[in-house]
Design a protein around this ligand. Sequence first.
Ligand code: MRU
Length: 352
Amino acid sequence: MLKTPANIALSPDGSAVRIIDQTLLPGQLRFLQLREREQMVEAIKTLRVRGAPAIGIFAGYCVYVLAQSYGQEEFFPRLDSDCDRLVSCRPTAVNLARQVNRMRAAAHAMEGSPAGEIVQALGQQARAIHQEDIAMCLAIAQAGLDLLHPGDTVLTHCNAGPLATSEYGTGLGPLLLAAERGVDIKAFVDETRPLLQGARLTAWELTNAGVDCTLICDNMAALAMSQGKIQAVLAGCDRMAANGDAANKIGTSGAAIIAKHYGVPVYILLPSSTIDMDCPTGADIPIELRDGEEIRSLWYEKPMAPEQVKCWNPAFDVTDHTLITAIVTEKGVLRPPYDQALRALFGKGETR
Ligand code: MRU
């Protein structure tokens, strides 16, 4: 079984962040070493590095790498400016802002200390963010696998595997763990229009891991469910509101609506770092709009639509909490009512 190589790491001397360029997969496995802020920004915006937890982990390392060049006097103005720039790259996944702000807060807590000491603390903080995600993904994979039965086939949407997180991933975790343990769980993989993270990334990761998977176009899920071919929908999440509404890659809510019609359970798998208790409902989650060129021409040898046609290209949608059968976190499986279950998860009245 082939494991997905680490998608994000520090270079051996710690002076650069190394990523897999996900835009080249599955054709080419190429690693990039990034040292400059604008290279990092470009990598997030163009989805060379993507997936809610992964962009949080990446940004943590970016802050550490960038801070190595700050002088004592300019340290905090430069830190704040770099943090603001990184946070501005993508609006929907809460992990990006959360982890950048965690790094920023760790540095500000040391104001007055020598720059070298602050940088060292930032390195520890970035590594901690990464290690925490690895542990959370394993726990989520285990809890998700407990909800499935040998012989089941699940539907996946987008990519919530190792490339989008670390090690096991979230939405793909149960499948990867099942394969490791010799448990027969199969997958239908939505190609995930318009950016094809399902076809390019999920199909690659599952095939490498020896999971029996079948690629379908997003509009084939209803037929597959109507014929009893799918026993559960597994999806990740970019930001969950306090009432359980879940923003994820565009098309997730459509899959969930179809699943409800056919009585197929919908499981949203996510680390607690993706839950935003300051966001009351899905209507408060900012939805990223991307360039229409991604629909018109990006994945084709020649444009597939008239050059002048207008495109609307929202990257995410919100799955209403009433469509979600269970929320799977590293702290366990939550069942409705989700507003209460989520409040209990973080401690009564506490927000994060
Ligand atoms: O635009 P992307 O590719 O960053 O969107 C990613 C997704 O929607 C994932 O499903 C989500 O981040 C969860 S990843 C564990």
